[in-house]
Design a protein around this ligand. Structure first.
Ligand SMILES: [Zn+2]
Length: 278
């Protein structure tokens, strides 16, 4: 999965007063697109040494080994010749590697959006400033402290003997199958969310809900939690057509994964396909 970058490691703890070195990476986003270089299989972010600018607004994000990543929120005018702007979706479909840079892009996206969306206090409307001691922004006026927001969501592998329930989203033109998924609502447990999402999307009851694995998925600022469960009783699918255009019971041997092995969804589909005792 995209976060499996061993032997490398993402160090996400907040560091006080850290300054960039010339070799450190710049995360710069304009119109929802990253400034990136390199080519397929060898994506790179620009480094400080490539710019002459004295940036005023520099935010430390995280490190991978000794390499630090900083978000620049100043407007960069002199973009570099070998770099271009790409959306996260295009980075995924066209760049593909190295995994450390891909995971950096997904994680930086989550953080960058959180900083962008919390420039003003939701309580009193005044400007916020960045905390110097922790990952937070603080309201200048009322003192309200805003911490990073991570949205919990579930991915559900519903099984029926030798079959797994595969789905296709209604409003996204994706060629490959996925699993039932959805965000946890306020006031419910993740297990209740599993039951509710399966009932809402395909009208099935489930039992024997087992936690599998989780995944930070910065694209939509969420933390995915994967569960397997078994259909309970009637196996007839009643499709919720606003959410899904297709849901099919698929035999283990007929399961085809996604185009890369980055997602928890793909990982769960392959886990079921390859392990006969599930
Ligand atoms: Zn305030």
């Amino acid at each position: 999965m995209i976060q499996d970058i061993r032997p490398h490691q993402l160090k996400n703890e907040f560091i006080v007063n850290v300054k960039p070195d010339l070799e450190d990476f710049i995360i710069y986003i304009e119109d929802d697109k990253f400034l990136v270089g390199g080519k397929e299989g060898a994506m790179l972010f620009p480094r400080f040494k490539e710019f002459n600018d004295d940036f005023e607004h520099i935010i430390y994000l995280f490190s991978i080994e000794e390499q630090k990543f900083f978000l620049i929120t100043d407007k960069i005018n002199n973009t570099l010749v070998d770099y271009k702007f790409m959306s996260l979706k295009d980075i995924r479909s066209q760049m593909k590697a190295p995994l450390t840079m891909m995971f950096a892009a997904y994680t930086a996206w989550h953080l960058a959006l959180w900083y962008r969306d919390n420039q003003f206090c939701g309580r009193c409307g005044n400007k916020t400033k960045h905390s110097e001691t922790e990952r937070a922004v603080i309201c200048n006026s009322c003192g309200h402290i805003i911490y990073p927001k991570i949205m919990p969501a579930v991915i559900v592998g519903v099984t029926n003997g030798n079959q797994l329930l595969l789905t296709k989203y209604a409003h996204r033109n994706l060629p490959y199958y996925a699993l039932i998924a959805g965000f946890v609502e306020i006031g419910e447990t993740v297990e209740e969310c599993v039951q509710r999402e399966v009932m809402e999307e395909v009208g099935l009851k489930v039992k024997n809900i087992r936690y599998y694995k989780s995944q930070p998925w910065g694209v939509v600022q969420d933390l995915l939690m994967g569960f397997f469960c078994e259909v309970d009783g009637d196996t007839t699918i009643k499709l919720e057509r606003n959410e899904l255009k297709e849901a099919v019971w698929t035999a283990r041997e007929d399961i085809i994964g996604q185009s890369d092995d980055w997602s928890l969804t793909h990982n769960m589909m392959m886990k079921f396909k390859e392990e006969n005792n599930m």
